[in-house]
Design a protein around this ligand. Structure first.
Ligand SMILES: Nc1ncnc2c1ncn2[C@@H]1O[C@H](COP(=O)(O)OP(=O)(O)OP(=O)(O)O)[C@@H](O)[C@H]1O
Ligand SMILES: [Mg+2]
Length: 241
């Protein structure tokens, strides 16, 4: 026999349904199948997909056509991206070094794509070639434009600085590089750097020579994943230069 309370509550529910139906309302939402859940904004997966779509659109906007198909193919690059997705502040920097055409920029954009596809809560990214960056940061006629640009690059959630070390070193490049990295270091902001220069080379030019000792010291702590890329120039179809 059915429990008396349950019978009573079933009866009162039917009564309520009759009252609501008389007013053209429905008490119980229609049973939903899996397809209709896709359109339900309350659904966690729906939110996750919406975040990924939003982030991937931003990734698209920040990515030049050459790297539209970029993917993080190396396990250490994918692992860094996963850490950055899980905890921005713990990711630190990813440093990709190696000779020209070995796929550094491809992996860098691939890492950002992987983060975006993971559906982050927030996804702001600036990707810039370092030579372009120094060009934009030169004091210009427009009052304060260079300072504003430096602030934008310093504060953005994800920064990809491509080809660091190609500009000619000067006191000015060292100062700008210091200000940028010091900010990102202090605020634990995830940063991706690519460079033709090795991180360290006792017999030749290395990244330390370019950025200066104070930035190098910060980078040593920031870089959680150093990926030296080897191989021949992919632009020449893998043939030696
Ligand atoms: N894993 C990959 N799969 C397919 N194509 C790739 C891959 N890695 C790189 N490429 C392609 O090879 C070419 C060279 O790659 P990329 O531009 O990333 O090299 P790089 O190391 O950044 O070179 P540089 O030091 O000259 O900037 C590009 O056309 C890129 O799209
Ligand atoms: Mg490159």
């Amino acid at each position: 026999m059915a429990h008396p309370e349950r019978v009573a509550s079933a009866a009162s529910l039917r009564a309520m349904e009759r009252i609501l139906a008389a007013r053209g309302l429905q008490a119980v939402p229609e049973a939903r199948d899996d397809d209709s859940r896709e359109a339900n904004p309350g659904d966690r997966q729906w939110h996750h997909r919406a975040r990924a779509e939003y982030a991937l659109n931003r990734w698209d906007a920040a990515t030049p056509p050459r790297y539209r198909d970029a993917e993080a193919t190396l396990p250490e690059v994918a692992a860094w991206a996963d850490r950055a997705l899980a905890d921005n502040a713990a990711a630190g920097a990813l440093l990709l070094t190696g000779q020209t055409g070995t796929g550094k920029t491809h992996e860098a954009y691939g890492a950002l794509r992987r983060i975006a596809a993971g559906g982050p809560d927030r996804f702001e990214v600036i990707a810039m070639n370092s030579a372009d960056m120094y060009g934009r940061l030169r004091p210009s006629q427009v009052m304060g434009a260079a300072e504003r640009e430096l602030r934008r690059l310093s504060e953005v959630q994800f920064l990809l600085l491509d080809d660091l070390g190609t500009a000619k070193v000067s006191e000015w490049t060292e100062e700008v590089t210091y200000r940028l990295f010091n900010y990102r270091y202090n605020f634990c902001l995830p940063t991706i750097i690519t460079s033709n220069l090795p991180a360290r080379d006792e017999h030749g030019p290395d990244l330390t020579d370019f950025v200066g000792a104070r930035v190098a010291s910060r980078l040593a702590e920031m870089v959680t994943s150093l990926v030296p890329m080897i191989g021949t120039d992919r632009r020449r179809g893998g043939r030696a230069a």
